[in-house]
Design a protein around this ligand. Structure first.
Ligand SMILES: [Zn+2]
Length: 679
């Protein structure tokens, strides 16, 4: 799922609300989890959708296997009226079980109490008939407003199931690890205007007539690969589509008829992005899915949703105008890249539980930038990742009091929804990028192929990923899994402090805190990490080597880097490949300031942005004199690189907000104008 583009402050407010719920004792209540006395082998889903009354009825028929001898069968259901429940055993005896069911609204669970035990390893067919209403809540099976060609208002019916919405459309085992193939049939009214699409290709679509002489359409879809319930999707609409027929695999973009001309960009770039993802993973999308449909919806809760083979978007995240700005194009491109990354990270390999949602959203966040970079290198999203994703969002969110770690168990539906936060997206994307630099890009890519291939159509967790990535490697005797342990299981991140001692640079780490830093300094009970250390000095200006040249170990006080003695400065964390900040002793900051303000400086733009961001942040928490930080900033008078300015704007904005009611505001204005003037 891609988030809505919202200002950082707002998203941080959401994040803090999320922590409140996730941290509450009820959030882990195990009663929200299914006991799994039986698991589905396959689903047949028959849906009848009335586009006049905005209601639907369904038959969910699942072939199940008992995992235990049990007197109950438990599955998820919410806001559905259950009309009948039948179960057939292997000798074709059918029992009517409607009188035995108990619906628990709090836990969203439907329990079927059986007169006789189901027997371990035996197969049964469970058939549930039910009906429901197309809601206006933008989740489950809902209606989204639209406009007909002649301008009259209308609705389309669409689904949004992630994370716990499938149970609003059909009773099911609504947990991501419980995968099964789905065979879907849709019957819809207003058959002449409306038609259904789903994850798979339609096998047939034909008009039916019923007694009221209204016309109904019957559409049958191919059976899906084994998949999680939250990725099932269907849309019933009067939409039109454009199609890219250049390749064998069907590729379409759907929208309301009057917007059809706004789909061309998504059609062209979408195909390129999917092919780039196939090339990167070395796994053909069509091995699992026969087609890709992208659909724009006016009413949408997130930015987009990665339903396998049927990706849905809010209109602004998919449709483009000819006169759109580059920023708008970038938004559409990165959202498509995000959703197409999910076709692998999430859809092909799903998280065992929402604890590991970062295996979906972290990779989608990472590829949002790095997949887009492959098709639009001129946008330099590989570098913008550092200033926007790490500095702009993750570093700010990951210092909040009681912030959660990447792996974080929650069981309530609300708690699960709240896990889709800056930690699941931006922090995890940043840590994944760090992994790629520790392993090296080539090894990282190969390991991801192994991870996807060996876990295809199954569910994975954090350890499985780290084991695949590590592949038995160790660093100074420490395994990759151990190195990554605190990064994925502890909140926060380190600040590395650097000072020069004789012919060495000495590095130490502590957990970075934006607030109450003085309390923090005296408190040693904070997390320490395995910090990968890369660096350049005046003697070695190789900004291309982001491989760790040393490790700052959690159990050691410091890392000593011997140098010749002539080096006046060192820049630690090349291209900010590691997920951490760096602070230098004042003398080194002053040397770096001199370097940046000298005629022939040759510091990589990402590190120029890093130095601005770290210096101004250290000044903000009183670790560095503002005089040094602002002096360092004066190199901006000659700076013409967008990436560096992007980092600078954020800090100028902060100072603007801080000072605008103070007596120093005029001085700040003069300083800020000077920085911009000579450009
Ligand atoms: Zn996502």
């Amino acid at each position: 799922m891609a988030g809505i583009l919202i200002p950082l402050l707002v998203s941080l407010t959401f994040a803090s609300l999320a922590r409140g719920d996730a941290a509450s004792p009820q959030a882990n209540d195990p009663k929200y989890r299914l006991p799994l006395e039986a698991v589905p082998m396959e689903y047949n889903l028959y849906l009848t959708v009335n586009m006049d009354s905005y209601t639907f009825s369904g038959i969910m028929q699942a072939t199940i296997t008992a995992t235990n001898d049990s007197r109950t069968i438990t599955l998820n259901s919410k806001n559905l009226t259950i009309n009948s429940v039948h179960m057939t055993n292997s000798t074709n005896q059918t029992q009517d079980l409607i009188k035995t069911i108990v619906l628990d609204d709090k836990y969203e669970i439907l329990t079927i109490n059986l007169p006789e035990k189901i027997v371990k390893n035996e197969k049964y067919v469970l058939t549930i008939e039910y009906n429901g209403t197309l809601n206006d809540q933008l989740r489950g099976f809902y209606r989204s407003s639209s406009t007909k060609k002649d301008g009259t208002p209308t609705y389309v019916a669409a689904t949004h199931f992630e994370p716990t919405g499938a149970r609003l459309a059909f009773p099911c085992w609504d947990e991501p690890a419980i995968k099964a193939p789905f065979k879907i049939f849709v019957i819809n009214s207003k058959a002449k205007e409306y038609r259904a699409i789903s994850n798979m290709n339609e096998i047939k679509s034909k008009l039916l007539s019923n007694t009221t002489e209204d016309t109904w359409r019957f559409t049958e879809f191919e059976v899906t690969p084994p998949m999680s319930t939250y990725l099932v999707a269907f849309v019933v609409s009067d939409y039109e589509y454009t199609e890219d027929k250049s390749k064998e695999m069907q590729f379409r973009v759907w929208t309301k008829p009057q917007s059809i001309n706004q789909t061309r960009y998504a059609l062209r770039l979408g195909r390129q992005l999917l092919e780039a993802m196939e090339a990167y993973t070395a796994i053909k999308f069509s091995n699992y899915m026969p087609k890709m449909d992208q659909v724009s919806l006016r009413n949408f809760s997130a930015g987009a949703m990665e339903n396998w083979g049927l990706v849905t978007y809010r209109e602004s995240a998919l449709l483009t105008e000819d006169n759109d700005t580059v920023a708008q194009r970038m938004r559409v491109t990165t959202v498509i890249a995000h959703e197409f990354a999910h076709q692998y990270f999430g859809n092909l390999v799903s998280p065992q539980w929402w604890t590991y949602i970062w295996l979906n959203e972290g990779f989608a966040d990472y590829f949002e930038y790095f997949l887009t970079h492959k098709v639009k290198p001129e946008w330099r999203l590989d570098e913008l990742f550092v200033v926007n994703n790490i500095q702009g969002v993750s570093f700010a969110a990951d210092v909040l009091e009681n912030q959660r770690p990447m792996n974080h168990e929650v069981n309530t539906p609300q708690g699960i929804s709240n896990l889709f936060d800056n930690i699941a997206y931006q922090k995890s994307g940043s840590v994944i990028r760090m992994m790629s630099h520790i392993l090296g890009e080539e090894d990282f890519q190969k390991s991801l192929n192994r991870y996807l291939t060996s876990n295809q159509l199954k569910a994975a967790n954090s350890n499985i990923l780290l084991r695949q990535l590590g592949n038995g490697r160790n660093y100074s005797g420490v395994s990759f899994e151990e190195i990554m342990d605190n990064w994925v299981n502890k909140p926060g991140y380190p600040v590395v402090t650097v000072k020069k001692v004789n012919n060495t640079f000495e590095l130490q780490q502590q957990q970075f805190r934006l607030y109450e830093p003085t309390i923090y300094v005296t408190n040693n009970n904070k997390t320490k990490w395995w910090v990968p250390v890369s660096y350049v000095t005046s003697k070695n200006m190789s900004f291309n080597n982001t491989h760790p040249r040393g490790w700052l170990a959690p159990n050691k006080e410091k890392l000593v880097i011997p140098v010749s003695g002539e080096e006046e400065w060192i820049i630690v964390n090349v291209k900010q490949a590691g997920y951490y900040r760096v602070n230098y002793e004042p003398a080194i900051w002053e040397s770096l300031s001199k370097l940046l303000n000298s005629k022939n400086y040759d510091v990589h733009p990402t590190n120029r942005a890093q130095l601005i961001d770290d210096a101004l942040t250290m000044a903000r928490i009183n670790w560095l004199d503002y005089k040094i930080a602002l002096e360092l900033m004066t190199f901006l008078t000659r700076e013409r690189d967008y990436v560096v300015w992007q980092a600078s704007f954020r800090h100028l904005q902060f100072l603007h907000n801080l000072l605008r009611t103070s007596e120093y505001y005029t001085m700040f204005q003069v300083h800020a104008c000077l920085l911009h003037d000579k450009n």
